[in-house]
Design a protein around this ligand. Sequence first.
Ligand code: NAD
Length: 494
Amino acid sequence: MKDIKMFINGEFKESTKHFVSTNSANGEKVATVHLPTEKDIDAAVDAAEAAFYSAEWRGMDQNKRADILEAISVKLKERKDELTTLEVADSGSTLRKAKADVANAASYFKVLAGQLRKFQFEVKDEAASRAGFSNNFRLYEPVGVCAQIIPWNFPLVMAAWKIGPVIASGCTTVLKSAQETPVTAGILAEILNEVGLPKGVVNIITGGANEGAYLLKNPKVKKVAFTGSTAVGKKIMESAGKNLQKLSLELGGKSANIVLDDADLSLAVDGALYAFLYHSGQACDSGTRLFVENSIYPTFKEALVKRIAEVKVGLPTEISTGFGPVINKKQFDTIMNYIQTTKNEGAKLLFGGERVVGGDFDKGYYIAPTLFEVTPDNTIFNEEIFGPVLAITPVANEAEAIALANKSDYGLAGAVWSKNAERAKNVAKQLETGTVWINEYHLLNPGMPFGGYKQSGLGREMGEEGLKSYLEVKHLWISDCDERAKKPWFDAIF
Ligand code: NAD
């Protein structure tokens, strides 16, 4: 069993409080985890602040920081088997999903390193500058000490997306992992020491709402980066308002998947299933609302129901498994309540809608992939479930699909399926959402921004936008005129 200590100022520290992290597939113990006290959290913030003002970190050139990011990427690849095994045990991810997560985290650090080497922290604006008058520069400078909070669904990837831009920008941080899945962030901490990241630049603790809320309140924290539910995101925004901390929020979603009548049907069927079943529906960008044009609806529905029966539900540790358990009893109960509500509301159940039982399944929280035919009045049309439940609605045409897709408080992602690229693009442009795929789903590009419209978030991660969200911009004005006589505006006070 692993022992996950707090990582504060480059050292692994024991706490007076502990808990045991368990495997969601079978309830077995995965790790003893050290839970920080308020004193520990303050110490982590102090370490981050000391590191931020240290000559070593302040003076570190961007290429050296990029070297560190690349070295992290290499180490993640070296330890990929260990990380994969731990991620499967700690988060209930299937083996295939966990392998992809480790590879994605490693690739993210590498891409970010390349981005950082090219990033210009000092840019002269030629259009704004005028000879004999002024030279005007933008200077990009790190915001300062960050507090970062992540959810349990993609533990290593979420930690990478948070720690990466901190190192790239020259900020420092205290990252709080989710209490449900603290293990791989602990391994990442070991890697940070191995690659020589200066002490205190990244501090990692775990905990729940109390530890998170306490961390954010510290006035030394200048930026808060949160990924999690919209409900908690609203509380975080209130808390950040008290000290006017810079804020980025990556929140929930109810993303729309639109199948036009000229789509490649078998591709769209597989795409629609992949969109909502990946990680048992516990992905923020899941395509959980499906709109299909009436003219192809009967054929599409029949193909979808046939194909969903072929998804391999199984133990996360088996490589053939495509679909595993949900994270814990709380999440299981939430999802089953939504299923019951939808049944009570009279929506038509097309597939699933029950717990998967028998043998090893009884040890974990498995819910059958579930399809409901719904109208916009159904609860699950509007609310994020965070489980393997798809709400399908036939539509008259693409205009109705767009209107219904936008009829949501969320706006994180979505997709359009069509063989006509121009037509699909026209639909994509009308969707109020941060990412739209055409004939694709879930794939992200570390060089491109990811984030939400409306109540799905604030700001972006990844891409240049993600890096800039950890930077303040300073306007540096260098006068190109040193003669008092040529500065008549001074006369305003003489
Ligand atoms: P959650 O909001 O319950 O918790 C997220 C994190 O916040 C956890 O670390 C938790 O301990 C902490 N937390 C909870 N209450 C807090 C408080 N009052 N103050 C400070 N911290 C607090 O979310 P979850 O159940 O862990 O994750 C699922 C949610 O995350 C879904 O809504 C999903 O859509 C969202 N999510 C979004 C993205 C994205 O990039 N947009 C990515 C993954 C998950």
